[in-house]
Design a protein. Structure first.
Length: 79
């Protein structure tokens, strides 16, 4: 598991947890969390609900990252 990004966004009250990946769309901004830590933050590039996977452009590194929604919680944030 990658190291967590220190972030005040873990307590961001404007973030909403997404429980159904079908409600995530290309261009949405999300945080990927586990255990109260933010591991990725960025813009959704693609989703595969049948695979419980989404791809995002990581805000910090600029790289594209595949994220399993079975391993992390997904939170929609404001851009």
């Amino acid at each position: 598991m990658p190291s967590a990004i220190p972030s005040p966004s873990t307590s961001n009250t404007s973030a909403r947890r997404i429980r159904n990946i079908s409600s995530i769309h290309r261009g949405d901004h999300v945080e990927v969390r586990s255990g109260g830590h933010v591991y990725y933050r960025g813009e959704v590039r693609d989703t595969a609900p049948g695979l419980a996977t989404l791809w995002l452009r990581d805000e910090e590194s600029g790289t594209h990252t595949a994220v399993s929604t079975e391993d992390y919680t997904i939170w929609r944030t404001l851009p």
